[in-house]
Design a protein around this ligand. Structure first.
Ligand SMILES: [Zn+2]
Length: 114
């Protein structure tokens, strides 16, 4: 399991002006994926030129606007926007149920023998 995701973007180090291109974030799925910076609100890098810890944060106002737009869209959803699927409960869980039933009966047997 990864610890972070890579973020692709170009930002200048505020200390020395070095153009940073390799960032990391923990706000994604953290599966060592490569993300476009537009999908991240917060990411960081260590500047190889001046050893500064550089953090990049999406503007609070923009973040609020995105959140509000998303909420508006979500609130406009109806049941028609969802796909409903089904399968027989037995087909999905039958094998598992049988396994745990066997486990329980084995445990009971062990207990009787002990
Ligand atoms: Zn720097």
């Amino acid at each position: 399991m990864g610890m972070f995701d890579y973020v692709e973007g170009e930002f200048k180090c505020p200390t020395c002006g070095f153009l940073l291109t390799d960032f990391q974030t923990k706000s994604g799925d953290c599966i060592m994926d490569r993300l476009d910076f537009r999908w991240c609100d917060y990411f960081y890098a260590a500047c190889p030129e001046c050893d500064s810890w550089v953090e990049v944060c999406l503007d609070e106002e923009v973040r609020t606007r995105i959140y509000n737009e998303m909420r508006k869209l979500r609130e406009s959803l109806t049941a028609d926007h969802y796909e409903v699927s089904a399968e027989k409960y037995e087909e999905r869980y039958g094998e598992k149920l049988k396994e745990s039933e066997e486990e329980v009966s084995n445990l009971l047997k062990d207990e009787e023998e002990a």
